[in-house]
Ligand binder design. Structure first.
Ligand code: ZN
Length: 359
């Protein structure tokens, strides 16, 4: 790149903690810290790329996915207490254990990194990480299934550093309908928030947590806007006008996010980028830049960031993992994004919106 210094990258969404949980054997926390973990992220590659951290998701994967790909996670030999013989979904205890284990994995990353990894709850802490070249973890809960079972876990997670929540994921819960991530489809895929869903959002709002609308269907999105008065953030979603996937945001939604002072983090998953919605990794990085440019047109330069979905998505071939981020930054330069705009998208806009929400 022709920039004087490599810009730092703060990223709105990744699924590292879920991947660590799914790792079948060995010591994935050690492997992450020492740079031998397969996947999109490990500490060495992050440091090399200037990828200084972001929102790390605690996430309950689909039951069928775990059962088919990681059956050992459901066996009685794991530390999950199987208190029912249900074979169609997790037991309530499994849901809680899966989320708590991912939280513990984040704490282990911090505790075993010899000061190189820090769980952050304020912008000052994130800035200190930038200064000290530490990896900054902001804890995010993607889907609130565990809170439906045990509401008091919200306080436990908050005390452990949770500062961001996506109250709904794709499945239906007591908080609302999930989002059916189909293509081509509008985001209007079901009912909005239930009374419990609204109460949960208000409680998180009171705690000044970030409320993520990325997996909300359109009715839940508008319900959320009605009940809270803070910047609205879609941590990892794209422009519906360029890729008509239900997970992406319509121009009306983008206008509402802009008015709220919020932000959209661009997702690198090819199925959320491509105009044909195909899971085809032969996708040019120009398509990511197209979404960035469209969002800058609609939201302005100060309300767009990255929301890579590393470790939870199918990336374009040109972007094998976090260490290839310089290729994307180069492409942005070639497309005449100014250095100033690149620095806003890579980190500054995220810092600004977190500061507004957390203050
Ligand atoms: Zn997601």
């Amino acid at each position: 790149m022709n920039m004087n210094t490599q810009p730092i990258i703060f990223d709105g969404h990744n699924d590292l903690l879920t991947r660590l949980w799914l790792s079948a054997a060995g010591d994935p926390v050690h492997d992450f810290i020492h740079g031998t973990l397969p996947g999109h992220l490990d500490l060495q590659r992050c440091r090399q790329a200037g990828w200084m951290g972001g929102l790390f998701s605690i996430f309950l994967p689909p039951y069928a996915y775990v059962k088919n790909n990681h059956p050992e996670k459901l066996s009685s030999s794991s530390n999950l207490n199987s208190d029912s013989d249900s074979d169609s979904d997790f037991t309530p205890q499994q849901v809680i254990d899966i989320c708590c284990t991912q939280l513990q994995l984040a704490q282990q990353l911090q505790d075993r990194s010899e000061g190189l990894i820090q769980i952050c709850t304020t912008l000052a802490q994130i800035k200190a990480c930038q200064h000290n070249q530490q990896l900054a973890i902001v804890l995010h809960l993607e889907g609130a299934e565990a809170l439906a079972i045990k509401p008091e876990l919200l306080d436990v997670f908050y005390d452990a550093g949770l500062r961001s929540i996506g109250p709904l994921w794709n499945r239906k819960t007591i908080f609302g309908d999930g989002l059916n991530a189909s293509f081509p489809h509008s985001p209007d895929t079901g009912s909005g928030l239930t009374k419990q869903g609204k109460d949960l959002i208000l409680e998180c709002h009171k705690k000044q947590m970030l409320i993520d609308v990325s997996h909300m269907n359109e009715r839940a999105f508008w319900d959320t806007l009605e009940i809270i008065n803070q910047p609205i953030v879609a941590t990892h979603s794209n422009a519906h006008a360029l890729c008509p996937q239900a997970r992406n945001l319509t121009d009306r939604q983008l206008a509402a996010i802009k008015d709220s002072g919020g932000l959209v983090g661009v997702n690198f998953d090819v199925a959320f980028l491509r105009s044909d919605g195909q899971r085809d990794t032969q996708t040019s990085l120009d398509v990511i830049v197209d979404h960035l440019a469209y969002l800058v047109d609609h939201l302005g330069e100060d309300q767009v960031g990255f929301g890579s979905d590393f470790d939870g998505c199918l990336l374009p071939d040109e972007l094998a993992d976090a260490s290839d981020m310089d290729k994307l930054l180069e492409r942005m330069q070639q497309r005449h994004f100014s250095n100033e705009l690149i620095e806003k998208i890579t980190a500054k806009n995220w810092f600004k919106v977190l500061d507004k929400i957390w203050q």
